[in-house]
Design a binder for this molecule. Structure first.
Ligand code: PMV
Length: 333
């Protein structure tokens, strides 16, 4: 029997996809149908500590605290199922206490599952005594949430769809460290409401019913190649063009599902117009949108104040925030 607690703490930043992930090739292992490419965002993320309690048994149940309060049943079950993967791998049968807090502003419309499962993967595996490398951590984080696999790494990150049935090759890797290109992502918050339909259900419905799903998936590989080349050349206009079309094609495939999935609201469309006006006036700014109405705008660091000003004065936009490229998930003391 283990006589001392085993614990570890980790931090991770969220990320925003510039080439989107939308569709799974395997639901059980959470394997993506295509690759994706993202930017990890500094200062927006999750801190998590995991303590396996000496003398306990996994069947006693885990205790999950989220932002200072006991997590709701759904979130607690999701965290426990994730810990089961770590316990199985480490041959451990101890209950855990998980304490996690997000510094992503409440209802900011930025996924906390990406940073949440990346931080949990790092903290839980370390607490369990597993020494996992980046690819193994990414594979583990992916089981919690597809986008979390990317938050293991900093800066620009590419996620591979992989080909293997066991998913060991469905992992992310870094393609450019955070300090290598001084871009910004400006976020325009378009609602305080929770999203209408979660990404897993929406992806499943899109794959099952959208006549555009196959063409969407076929469009991802060429977009990844183009985005990689644009990043290597630090060519913002080229990267921005890929990001906008990847976003629009992802949403087009979801819109064509049955029943159709619409994440936008009128403020989303106005913010897109603002970005197009900025470009007409000579500012290189490019939008992307995830499973919600918020608009996220990629631009050079020097242009961020102008872009933020234009979005902040777009009618209906509630708030804006600006993020720089951020680091990968790390263990902390
Ligand atoms: O990681 P998930 O399962 O929440 O899916 C993320 C889906 C999008 O945010 C819409 C796109 C992406 O690549 O992050």
């Amino acid at each position: 029997m283990t006589t001392t607690d085993r614990s570890a703490r980790a931090v991770a930043c969220t990320n925003i996809a510039l080439v989107k992930y939308w569709g799974k090739r395997d639901a059980a292992l959470n394997l993506p149908a295509a690759g994706s490419l993202s930017l990890t965002l500094a200062g927006l993320g999750t801190e998590t500590s995991v303590r396996f309690v000496a003398g306990s048994a996994a069947r006693d149940g885990d205790r999950v605290t989220l932002d200072g309060r006991p997590a709701d049943d759904r979130a607690a079950r999701r965290a426990s199922r994730f810990l089961d993967l770590v316990r199985a791998r480490a041959g451990l049968d101890l209950a855990a206490e998980i304490v996690t807090s997000n510094n992503i502003p409440t209802a900011a419309g930025l996924a906390s599952s990406a940073s949440g499962f990346a931080a949990l993967a790092v903290a839980a595996s370390a607490a369990a005594g597993l020494a996992l490398d980046g690819a193994q951590l990414s594979e583990l984080a992916r089981r919690g949430s597809g986008s979390a696999a990317r938050s293991i790494f900093g800066g620009f990150v590419e996620m591979a769809a992989g080909e293997r049935a066991d998913g060991v090759d469905a992992v992310a890797h870094s393609i450019l460290p955070p300090q290598a290109w001084d871009v910004r992502l400006v976020v325009a918050i378009a609602t305080e409401a929770a999203k209408a339909i979660g990404s897993t259900d929406a992806m499943e419905r899109t794959a099952r019913t959208s006549p555009y799903y196959a063409s969407w998936i076929a469009s991802v590989a060429p977009d990844l190649a183009e985005a990689r080349a644009a990043i290597a050349a630090r060519d913002l206009e080229r990267l921005g063009a890929v990001a906008e079309r990847s976003c629009l094609r992802m949403h087009a495939s979801a819109l064509a599902a049955d029943p159709g999935i619409l994440y936008w609201n009128p403020i989303t469309v106005r913010a897109i117009e603002t970005v197009r006006e900025l470009r007409r006036d000579g500012t290189a700014a490019f939008f992307t949108i995830d499973a919600g109405p918020h608009v996220k705008v990629l631009c050079a660091a020097a242009d961020a104040p102008r872009v933020q000003g234009a979005l902040a004065t777009t009618p209906g936009v509630l708030r804006t925030l600006v993020a720089a490229p951020g680091p990968g998930a790390t263990r902390t003391e």
